[in-house]
Design a protein around this ligand. Structure first.
Ligand code: MF3
Ligand code: CO
Ligand code: CO
Length: 276
């Protein structure tokens, strides 16, 4: 049985306990601001994702932008993580740690940011293309974005989370790609990672029913090759076991009376490449 609790404004910051929070209008206002701020950071970083730049330099830009805008990076100090974003290149599935590594011509790069603004978490990621990227990789990026948006199109009251998952899985597999099973989307709001878990593959009509006021992310990771993932020794970086390319896009959304609101849409319309 799925449990729900209607939370008034921002008074309930309970740890994740399996109960799905249904938020009110004030929370939508908070998430709208945090989500927009997160999207603006991804807009601003685009011209800097070029061959030769190190991922640490990009992380510094994200950090500066967050602090200048009155936010803080949710990832900083999160379970021992010490950076302001995740940067995942080519066969890195997610949670790549910024460092001395430079981006190379032809790389596909995911940047995932989560600023906290006035206590609300805006969580979003996009793919960036460094220089001219091979068609095969660009195709993966395009289809992964389509997966995210097809999932979002199923996010409305009365549908279930499995309808979202299934839309993503069907589209990925129609292109002979695979959906990563080891990581999922998540509820968010005052908390970074809250209930429910949002898996990106599943059966229609299964899982929790979607209700107005639910906030969660959808963040499919799609591989050209097999779905299997391997963790690196740093304890964070997840890579494809077969070293095939992996792509990801993420939005934070809120279920409304008749559909959903995407909190993290690019204010300039640059939700997917090309950004120039
Ligand atoms: N932003 C990631 C997500 O989409 C989480 C990153 S946690 C970190 O949920 F510690 F790895 F940064
Ligand atoms: Co997320
Ligand atoms: Co994220």
């Amino acid at each position: 049985m799925t449990e729900y609790i209607t939370v008034s404004d921002d008074d309930l910051v309970d740890a994740r306990n399996g109960v799905i929070k249904l938020h009110g209008p004030d929370a939508f206002v908070g998430m709208r601001a945090a989500g927009r701020f997160a999207a603006e950071i991804l807009d601003a970083i685009a011209p800097h994702v070029v061959p030769g730049v190190t991922t640490a330099e990009l992380d510094q830009r994200v950090y500066d932008h967050m602090l200048r805008g009155g936010g803080i990076p949710a990832t900083l100090g999160y379970r021992g993580y010490t950076k302001s974003c995740c940067i995942s290149i080519n066969h890195v599935v997610c949670h790549g740690i910024p460092g001395d590594k430079a981006i190379k011509y032809g790389d596909i790069v995911n940047i995932d940011v989560t600023p906290i603004l006035d206590g609300w978490h805006g969580d979003t990621s996009r793919m960036y293309l460094a220089g001219n990227v091979p068609l095969k990789a660009r195709k993966l990026v395009d289809v992964t974005y389509e997966c995210l948006m097809l999932g979002i199109a199923q996010a409305r009251p009365g549908n279930r989370l499995g309808d979202v998952s299934n839309a993503i899985q069907r589209h990925a597999e129609a292109h002979r790609y695979s959906v990563v099973r080891d990581f999922c989307g998540h509820g968010l709001g005052r908390l970074f990672h809250d209930s429910p878990e949002v898996v990106h593959a599943g059966r229609p009509g299964t899982g929790p029913e979607l209700k107005p006021g639910m906030f969660f992310t959808i963040e499919p990771m799609i591989n050209i090759g097999r779905a299997d993932v391997k963790m690196l020794d740093d304890g964070w970086t997840a890579v494809t076991r077969d070293r095939s390319l992996s792509a990801q896009f993420e939005h934070s959304i809120g279920i409304t009376d008749d559909g959903c609101e995407i909190f993290t849409k690019s204010p300039t319309g640059h939700d997917k490449p090309p950004y120039a």
